[in-house]
Design a protein around this ligand. Structure first.
Ligand code: ATP
Ligand code: FE2
Length: 328
């Protein structure tokens, strides 16, 4: 069994080719960097449609696979930016129809968890998924990935990226903020907003940007304080969910998983609760096509198919709306 996966939920286009036993045969990434400001959905979608043909060809070449050898075509059906999702879905439908192969629509957030389990060997982890568009603590319970906590407004990665832009740092902001934070010394007081099991990052972003504009602080200290506050909030809800669920494993995934400080917080929480910590390798933690292909295989093997007529995208598709028959 060989699956091709199309990932186009936001600014990156990913095409992955994965075998039925989990071997990643190819994982091509075509990154779209906005000329200025944040992601513009239609600009990103245009990038995806221009790069699609080349990316599919590169992925097949890299995998050493002929298109006719593909058994299924999986695509990220949501959540994400409408125009970007539609571009990926249109290409996936065209490929599936042309090759006469089944189409499998995949939930992007579920794919982050599934590729994390596959890559690390974790079986039943509580997962902290942190990226530019998502901030979710989830775990499997009675047939679905239940959400134990999430952001109420912007994602933690979005908060980092927007602050980085205001401070004139590199895009995306996470890695540069991490470098500056390493030289920070002073903890500036910033809003720490945890509401029950959920988080809010918009007040933190407004406040740290206002502190930047006063010109009173070193950028190093602002980055340090932003990281400490943002990650402490994540740590609090993750720890509470871990204590509540008693999960034996804790998995960190998404683009922000590359952060060393967050990794060490996650490891210490896991240790405290006797859980095994796992961090997904970054090439599979950030958005990629292989995670979509792999989750497509799991779904297909459980009998899931997405007929073309019901393959419309769903920009607001929550992961806890998805049945997960392969885990029951
Ligand atoms: P999604 O569609 O899942 O929301 P995404 O489009 O944001 O994903 P990812 O590649 O998963 O894509 O994540 C990108 C985010 O990861 C950016 O916000 C970036 O700043 C952040 N990031 C990358 N490296 C680091 C790092 N070292 N520390 C903190 N954040 C990081
Ligand atoms: Fe993602």
């Amino acid at each position: 069994m060989i699956a091709l996966g199309v990932e186009s939920t936001a600014d990156n286009l990913g095409i992955g080719v994965v075998a039925g036993d989990g071997r990643v045969l190819a994982n091509v990434l075509d990154v779209h960097v906005p000329a200025e400001g944040g992601i513009h959905p239609r600009e990103a979608a245009r990038h995806h449609s221009e790069c699609m043909g080349g990316a599919v060809r590169r992925a097949l070449d890299e995998a050493g696979v002929n298109a006719k050898e593909l058994d299924i075509i999986a695509f990220a059906q949501g959540p994400g930016l409408g125009p970007c999702l539609r571009t990926g879905a249109t290409s996936a439908r065209a490929l599936a129809c042309y090759l006469g192969r089944p189409l499998v629509g995949v939930n992007h957030c579920v794919a982050h968890v599934e590729v994390g389990r596959m890559a690390t060997g974790a079986e039943d982890p509580l997962t902290l998924y942190v990226s530019g568009g998502n901030t979710i603590v989830s775990g499997y319970e009675s047939g679905r990935y239940r959400i134990f906590g999430e952001t109420l407004d912007i994602a933690v990665g979005n908060c980092l990226d927007t602050f980085a832009r205001a401070a004139g740092l590199e895009y995306p902001g996470g890695p540069d903020i991490e470098r500056w934070a390493a030289r920070g010394e002073k903890l500036i007081s910033l809003p720490y907003t945890v509401k029950g099991m959920d988080l809010s990052y918009s007040g933190l972003l407004t406040a740290v940007t206002a502190e930047l504009q006063t010109g009173r602080h070193r950028v190093e200290d602002l980055c340090f304080s932003l990281q400490e506050t943002a990650y402490a909030m994540l740590g609090e809800i993750t720890e509470r969910a871990l204590a509540h669920t008693g999960k034996p494993e804790l998995l960190l995934t998404g683009g922000v998983a590359a952060n060393k400080r967050l990794g060490s917080i996650v490891r210490s929480i896991a240790e405290e609760h006797g859980a095994k910590p796992y961090v997904v390798p970054i090439r599979l933690a950030a958005d990629n096509g292989a995670m979509i292909a792999w989750t497509g295989i799991l779904a297909y093997n459980s009998g899931i198919r997405t007929p073309v007529e019901s393959s419309h995208v769903n920009p607001n598709w929550r992961m806890d709306q998805v049945e997960i028959p392969w885990r029951s």
